[in-house]
Design a protein around this ligand. Structure first.
Ligand code: DI6
Ligand code: FE
Length: 400
């Protein structure tokens, strides 16, 4: 058990508890044995901690460690050429239909060894962590064959061995299907067997799919979700990114942890998500990079009380970024979220999108995953365009 640490003079952002709304200045935060043991005024600090070493953070903002709840961090290759094609008018769907897009990353990822994948993913992870991230979700989906899907998940798990971070893995075999197969044949012969095997090897924390005209139909996603259920794994879904496929409704009917993207989400989908407690994971990086104009129905989600999370969607095609802080800024500027909503989006609501109940707020008993920032107003994290300076990261009670 690690010794207790007491941080004084903290400016605690409003994710202190899931419901609190205002900033708390000059607060004291104590952690011991990897968990938060006290939060409140110094005068009420339990006597047990009276002798513990005290560290003043001199009024700096202290937040829960940030959680990036949707990434495709493990991949090989670059799609800079495609970016140029899009700038001169080609659409994301056109490039994908012509065999580029996800398929070009699949080719590069299949050709890359485990070490190469690990090295490039670690370099991206380091940049995420430099922006205060302590938990990251990582998806497969650039293999589309059993061997590579499993390799991606193994690499994702290995990240946690090399860095002080929590990794949650998501099986995304239903991301695309090889050109020489039908979607259903791909599901039958590759995707579902890969899921079985990956789950068997303990490589999967959740199951995802891409419900889209250039991806899988609702019916096909239903097959993946049924298998996930049989394996006792929670589901999530890339839904309504480019068109309204009623994917979020399907996800909600399967009690999904989250439905992600949601630009084309309709009111029925919002209602189904609210009823099921499914988190809306908003990905303004993909919206921005693809030059989309259709906004997700933020006010409808807000009115319905659907928790909104924000994530990088870090991937080489539609969101080549490793700055969750920049995504917070985009969430505000592009989607109209308040700085406070942005902060909840990368802490408490992001934890919920991953089914993690032990982090994302500063309530007693939560993991001591903490980010101390060199700013004194929590809104600075969102206001600055991706470069709020991190002073210190604490992972599971360990200063690092
Ligand atoms: N939607 C996305 O934004 C990513 N995957 C998906 O289904 C993009 C993946 C890529 O273009 O490589
Ligand atoms: Fe994605």
């Amino acid at each position: 058990m690690s010794d207790p640490v007491v941080l004084t003079d903290c400016c605690l952002a409003p994710t202190v508890s899931a419901s609190s709304a205002s900033y708390a200045q000059k607060e004291t935060l104590a952690f011991e044995g990897g968990v938060i043991v006290f939060v409140g005024e110094e005068a009420s600090l339990p006597r047990d901690y009276a002798q513990a070493p005290r560290r003043s953070v001199e009024g700096r903002v202290v937040t829960p460690g940030l959680i990036d709840c949707h990434t495709h961090l493990v991949y090989a290759g670059s799609r800079a050429r495609e970016f140029e094609m899009r700038l001169t008018g080609a659409s994301y769907e056109e490039i994908m239909r012509a065999g580029g897009g996800i398929f070009s990353t699949v080719e590069a990822t299949r050709a890359a060894g485990e070490d190469e994948l690990l090295e490039s993913a670690l370099s991206r992870l380091d940049r995420l962590m430099a922006g205060g991230v302590t938990t990251v979700e990582v998806k497969s989906g650039y293999g589309l064959d059993i061997e590579t899907e499993l390799r991606m998940l193994r690499v994702a798990r290995a990240l946690e061995v090399h860095r002080k971070v929590t990794v949650r893995t998501t099986f995304l075999g239903a991301h695309a299907f090889p050109k020489d197969m039908t979607a259903d044949d791909y599901l039958t012969h590759i995707c579902l067997p890969a899921l079985d095997q990956a789950a068997n090897e303990g490589l999967v924390d959740a199951v995802d799919g891409f419900c889209e005209t250039v991806g899988f139909s609702r019916k096909q996603i239903g097959r993946v979700f049924d298998r996930a259920k049989a394996l006792d794994l929670p589901v999530k879904l890339h839904a309504e990114q480019m068109s309204d496929q009623k994917g979020a409704m399907l996800a909600a009917n399967h009690r999904a942890l989250s439905a992600d993207h949601l630009e084309y989400l309709c009111a029925d989908g919002v209602a189904a998500m609210a009823e099921a407690g499914t988190v809306a994971v908003l990905l303004p990086g993909a919206f921005y990079a693809l030059g989309e104009t259709q906004l997700p129905p933020i006010q409808t989600l807000r009115d319905a009380g659907v928790p909104m999370a924000l994530a990088t969607d870090c991937n080489p095609g539609s969101s080549p970024t490793t700055s969750l802080l920049l995504i917070m800024n985009m969430g505000a500027v592009l989607f109209g979220l308040t700085p406070q909503e942005c902060l909840k989006g990368v802490t408490v609501n992001a934890a919920r999108a991953l089914g993690l109940k032990d982090r994302g707020t500063f309530e007693v008993g939560m993991r001591a995953d903490i980010a101390i920032w060199d700013v004194t107003d929590p809104a600075e994290l969102t206001y600055r365009m991706g470069d709020a300076p991190l002073k210190q990261r604490v992972f599971g009670g360990e200063l690092c």
